[in-house]
Design a protein around this ligand. Sequence first.
Ligand SMILES: [Zn+2]
Length: 223
Amino acid sequence: MKIVVILFGSPGSGKSTQAILVANKAGLLYFDTGHLLESIVHDPKKQKESVIKRERQLFDSGKLMTPEFVVKEVIRHLKVIAAAGWGVVFSGSPRTLGEATKLLPELEKLYGKKNIFPFSLEVPAASSIERNSRRFVCKVCGAPLLTRYYPSKNPKHCPVCAGPLYRRTLDKPEIIKVRLEEYHKRTEPVFRFFKKHGYEIRKIDGRPAPYKVLNNIYRFLKL
Ligand SMILES: [Zn+2]
């Protein structure tokens, strides 16, 4: 059965960690929108294109990229995935009403309305900022280091693949504040749009340990 899991949540809510966990447990493909967009705008071969320059500037400063650009890239990749017979987990898409109005009909066409499961991971703003500013991410596999459970002042190796860890520029406190504001301003209309179309967005407490959050999401999925 092909299903779509959509994880909403502010920066630092743990939605990418959950996306990976849900994907592994349910046998779905993790559609990492942020990573996809990063790889497109940072592609050395595309740096002379004016659209890429504009989008890269938005991306690197923590602002949301142009919805038309994002949705075009997302749908292009999604069609390939659906054609290959895979279900998907989204974290970070759709971020804006513009994206949602184009992406949701496409998802319904490819997967069917009853197979789409949206969730909202809820964490208070203060813990978002705290979690993000202490975050390390693996340069190779993209896994985050959960510093709350593995406290270390200077961690060097990814717990998954032993690759080098780094701090993303996106995770600096001043940029996280911009991202949090953007999140609330532009994502809340998306929730209204989903509700108007008959979807219930289930609220999940994002603060417990990731395996507990995973179970709270998983029990709502009809696989
Ligand atoms: Zn790694």
